[in-house]
Design a protein around this ligand. Structure first.
Ligand code: ATP
Length: 336
């Protein structure tokens, strides 16, 4: 049972910086949770506190049914995969994977069986006898995963593990990690600043800012019902359009796919904008992004690829009332 609870955790670093204050979070057993947020919001601090690499200044860290604040990292049965992989450079991949098992005095034959089994899953049989320095980023990543998996931990912690590999391999590795999670049936906590990664990987996402969880829910619910401007703007690519209604001190948010182009405005439309000039068009497969300038207001519309617009021409844009998110202009919270 690897449910994780952080209860009122505060972290003050030795230089006096308070990275977390009364932070609480509950991660369900076997869940794939993604912590996402901009650089410096405290994601890594949370992972390191769960792993025991940092001590909480106050509060409780509970794994399963025990409080682990005073349990050493090696006794928490957690594996952590880092951005820089942290492979032992003087050992080849096989030795890197064998290391923790040797410490546990597991026999050579059993170690070999385990390594070959995991090497098969990760398709790294051909690099087992290579040193980390001779591997590509993707190979290092797999080797680091292999070393983490072999310990058969209750919990995997991932700290931006895919940020050093190229875009194509990254997409592939995301899918592999999702499948790995299904196969292993363990709790995964995955830290990233990349919202696409969060959206594609997390069963639930916790969106963070300044040490505080802004919203925690499924990717779909966060996308459809962001609770504030920060979450609305952070999740979704391209970003949600924001239009200020200065009279009412309200900010209206419209997803690019909900901002339509038409000469005829439908009856139920509640937002329409005239004189929106096409600045640029970007083809993204079966869809297009159209970048508009409406009297200085920059807006993006996502439309099917067959919609034709001419750069420099002006169009009328509209949005249906049901597709508008209304936020408080000052506090940023969702109004209705
Ligand atoms: P990134 O995506 O850049 O890794 P993060 O969200 O993981 O960011 P943390 O690394 O948890 O953020 O850092 C949270 C805050 O705590 C930052 O303001 C950071 O500067 C600060 N911080 C982290 N480690 C220390 C430390 N050892 N001493 C002092 N301040 C620290």
């Amino acid at each position: 049972m690897a449910e994780i609870i952080l209860k009122d955790v505060t972290k003050i670093y030795p230089n006096g910086f308070k990275a977390l204050e009364d932070f609480s979070l509950k991660i369900t057993d076997k869940e794939f949770l993604v912590l996402v947020g901009p650089s410096g919001c405290g994601k890594t601090t949370i992972l390191r506190i769960i792993a025991g690499l940092e001590e909480a200044s106050a509060g409780d860290v509970i794994i399963g049914d025990r409080r682990v604040n005073d349990v050493l990292p090696k006794d928490r049965n957690i594996s952590m995969v880092f951005q820089n992989y942290a492979l032992y450079p003087h050992m080849n991949v096989y030795e890197n994977m064998a290391f923790s098992l040797k410490l546990r005095k597991i026999g050579k034959k059993e170690i070999q069986e385990k390594i070959l089994n995991i090497a098969g899953i990760l398709e790294i049989e051909d690099i087992l006898y290579k040193k980390p320095a001779t591997l590509s980023g993707g190979q290092k990543q797999r080797a680091a995963l292999g070393r983490a998996i072999i310990r058969e931990p209750d919990i995997f912690l991932f700290d931006e593990p895919l940020s050093n590999i190229d875009a194509k391999l990254r997409t592939q590795m995301r899918i592999e990690l999702i499948n790995l999670h299904k196969r292993l049936g363990t709790t995964f906590i995955y830290v990233t600043h990349d919202q696409t990664e969060a959206m594609t990987m997390g069963e639930r996402i916790a969106v963070m800012k300044d040490g505080i969880i802004q919203q925690m829910d499924t990717p779909e619910n966060i996308y459809k019902n962001p609770v504030n401007i920060f979450t609305a703007g952070f999740i979704g690519s391209p970003q949600m359009n924001f239009i200020k209604d200065s009279d009412k001190n309200i900010i209206m948010g419209v997803r690019p796919e909900k901002l339509k182009i038409s000469s005829v405005e439908p009856e139920e439309s509640s937002l329409s904008l005239d004189q929106c000039y096409v600045e640029a068009v970007e083809l993204i497969g079966s869809e297009k992004l159209i970048y508009f300038d409406c009297n200085g207001l920059k807006l993006i519309s996502k439309v099917p690829e067959d919609i034709q617009t001419i750069k420099g021409n002006s169009y009328k844009l509209y949005c249906l009332k049901k597709d508008i998110h209304y936020f408080d202009g000052e506090k940023g919270e969702k109004l209705y």
